[in-house]
Design a protein around this ligand. Structure first.
Ligand SMILES: Cc1cc2nc3c(=O)[nH]c(=O)nc-3n(C[C@H](O)[C@H](O)[C@H](O)COP(=O)(O)OP(=O)(O)OC[C@H]3O[C@@H](n4cnc5c(N)ncnc54)[C@H](O)[C@@H]3O)c2cc1C
Ligand code: SF4
Length: 260
């Protein structure tokens, strides 16, 4: 029997008086009890409108059903079939405009807290799971990925799970792209991104940092090295200047430079 309460279970957050003095994550995440309670709000709709709102079509009611049963690892396995970065997406994916926007519970109240549940499941897995990742058998094909932002990492994860040998080339010294140098710590801790990158490495994804494709190595050289395809996920790193006086003065930064 579904829980018909119209509101989502609230997300526990740091006390404002405490968080004003630190840069740590504001949202603290659901407990096991709260997650199971929130999962009770899902109606397990046959036509699954939430799934059509998810860009990667995570089987949302199926993973929520596992949370309801307390099978958090089972929930993680379902999410992982469609997403390589669940702890990241559970935090910064704009769920309110995607899966949650289409959730039928949103018609007469608040949608199911799908994002909060995704975050809970990923964090639970990272904290508790001792299950070893078994990389799929190598299919004999090598792919290079340029850029280790979410697009590059997601591409690498999907291909690695299909047996491709993937190398991600990143110009900067840390993998993650805007996830690490743009989105602030209080919203997406760097340790969360690092953990997701570690998981990808377990699928035999190689990450080569400090390599600028186009300078350190060219695309042609990548093909000469045996890569059969190159995915370019280099982001939108170049700023747009406004053409106003003084913008090239010392101490005036573009937003991109400021964030980096
Ligand atoms: C402050 C801020 C907050 C945001 N908050 C959110 C949010 O809450 N939710 C949300 O969904 N989105 C958010 N975004 C947007 C989101 O971060 C971006 O849409 C996303 O990071 C784009 O991913 P990407 O992989 O395409 O590129 P990027 O994250 O930009 O990654 C590209 C990577 O490619 C590397 N690279 C570039 N050129 C080369 C080269 N020649 N050789 C090797 N490597 C190269 C770069 O160094 C970089 O690491 C936010 C953005 C900012 C700036
Ligand atoms: S639309 Fe909402 S209530 Fe229906 S299955 Fe999806 S999450 Fe559950």
């Amino acid at each position: 029997m579904a829980d018909m309460s119209p509101k989502k279970n609230p997300m526990p957050v740091q006390d404002p008086l405490v968080r004003a003095h630190n840069f740590e994550e504001v949202a603290l995440g659901y407990s096991e009890e709260t997650a199971m309670k929130e999962a009770m709000r899902c109606l397990d709709c046959k036509n699954m409108p939430c799934v059509s709102g998810c860009p990667v079509n995570i089987h949302i009611p199926a993973f929520i059903a596992k949370v309801r049963e307390g099978d958090f690892e089972g929930a993680y396995e379902i999410i992982s079939m469609s997403s390589s970065l669940p702890a990241v997406c559970g935090r910064v994916c704009p769920q309110e405009n995607q899966c949650e926007k289409k959730c039928v519970r949103g018609i007469k109240g608040e949608s199911v807290g799908i994002g909060r549940l995704e975050r809970f499941v990923a964090d639970w897995h990272n904290a508790h799971s001792e299950k070893e990742v078994t990389p799929p058998e190598y299919n004999g094909h090598k792919v290079a990925v340029v850029g280790s932002g979410p697009s590059g990492l997601a591409c690498a994860g999907d291909l690695a799970k299909k047996g491709y040998k993937v190398t991600v080339f990143e110009a900067l010294h840390t993998a993650g792209g805007v996830l690490v140098y743009g989105i602030p710590e209080f919203r997406l801790p760097k340790s969360i991104v690092a953990k997701e990158v570690e998981t990808l490495k377990k699928y035999n994804v190689d990450i080569e940092t400090n390599v600028i494709i186009g300078k350190t190595l060219t695309i042609d050289e990548l093909f000469d090295m045996g890569y059969e395809a190159v995915f370019i996920g280099s982001g939108a790193g170049l700023p747009n200047f406004m053409g106003i006086p003084g913008e090239s003065l010392k101490g005036v930064y573009s937003a991109n430079e400021f964030l980096t």
